[in-house]
Design a protein around this ligand. Structure first.
Ligand code: ADP
Length: 266
């Protein structure tokens, strides 16, 4: 709480009183602090690949370019770091569009089964390579969701790519859709990977929050996947939650409105 005192003067009499203003600045300050933290995070995340690019370019200029072994290796480091920056900037732009509500949702009736089968297909090559077996389950009464397909595909991609990143070879990933209590649809992605320690669970949807920064970066993560997923689900009027047992696995569940039969849907 910020308190300001303003004396009240009367000519010839002097000070006749004081006005005290009590202002609740906690919310404002919290917002300001999180904005500052976000800018610092973005700068840091961009600076890391830029510094690497700079030093590898210098090394190439200093002669590595003519080394048949080092030349291509350094060039590929530069390429990887550039791709990382592109991913980061793409994610940031996506978030900023979601924040400014600029991203109008183009909702359409969408078959849940088709949507889940297609996301599993998109990852089938990577999953096969890592010996990960996906299972898909569609519950009774789950048919059509009323969603912006591109955006929900992004949510599913983020969740499944996390499940893959943080699950060791030969693991299992279960993708399920069930009728939720409120008449909507609950979609979940569950893995039996490394899980998340309890102390980190509260902050896991925050922008740039990661349990293990180095590991996330090595896996090509930007630290924005879950926050983007949350914004998209919120824009659809749904909720998203994460349950995890450290060492045992993680399950992320989000809800979506279901198109009412014969009706307009929400
Ligand atoms: P990242 O790009 O780092 O994966 P996310 O926002 O998608 O960023 O996730 C934030 C952090 O949450 C990750 O860095 C990781 O520590 C943790 N996390 C997310 N999904 C899982 C999962 N399925 N299993 C274990 N940890 C996870």
């Amino acid at each position: 709480i910020r308190v300001t005192f303003t004396p009240i003067h009367r000519r010839q009499i002097g000070i006749i009183g004081t006005i005290a203003v009590l202002q609740d600045v906690t919310e404002q300050e919290k917002l300001e602090a999180s904005r500052r933290e976000f800018v610092a995070n973005v700068s840091h995340e961009l600076r890391t690949p830029l510094t690497t690019i700079k030093s590898y370019t210098e090394a190439l200029e200093d002669g590595a370019m003519n080394d048949p072994d080092l030349g291509p290796r350094f060039a590929s480091v530069i390429q990887n770091q550039t791709e990382r920056m592109i991913r980061l900037v793409t994610d940031l732009l996506h978030l900023s569009r979601l924040d400014s509500k600029e991203a109008l949702l183009r909702k359409q009736p969408t078959s849940v089964m088709e949507m889940l089968e297609e996301v599993a297909d998109r990852f089938s090559f990577q999953m096969q390579e890592r010996g990960i077996k996906p299972t898909i389950f569609i519950g009774n009464r789950v048919e059509t969701a009323w969603v912006d397909r591109d955006q929900i595909d992004q949510v599913l991609d983020n969740l499944i790519s996390n499940a893959m990143k943080y699950t060791s070879e030969g693991g299992n990933i279960a993708i399920e859709a069930r009728a939720a209590d409120d008449g909507g649809i609950a979609i979940s992605v569950q893995d039996d990977g490394i899980g998340i320690p309890k102390r980190d669970l509260d902050r896991i949807f925050e922008r740039f929050y990661r349990v293990d920064k180095a590991r996330s970066r090595d896996m090509g993560g930007t630290g924005l996947g879950l926050s983007i997923a949350r914004e998209i689900v919120k824009a659809h009027g749904g909720t998203i939650a994460l349950q995890s047992d450290h060492g045992k696995g993680t399950k992320v569940t989000f809800t979506l409105p279901q198109q009412k039969q014969g009706g307009e849907g929400l």
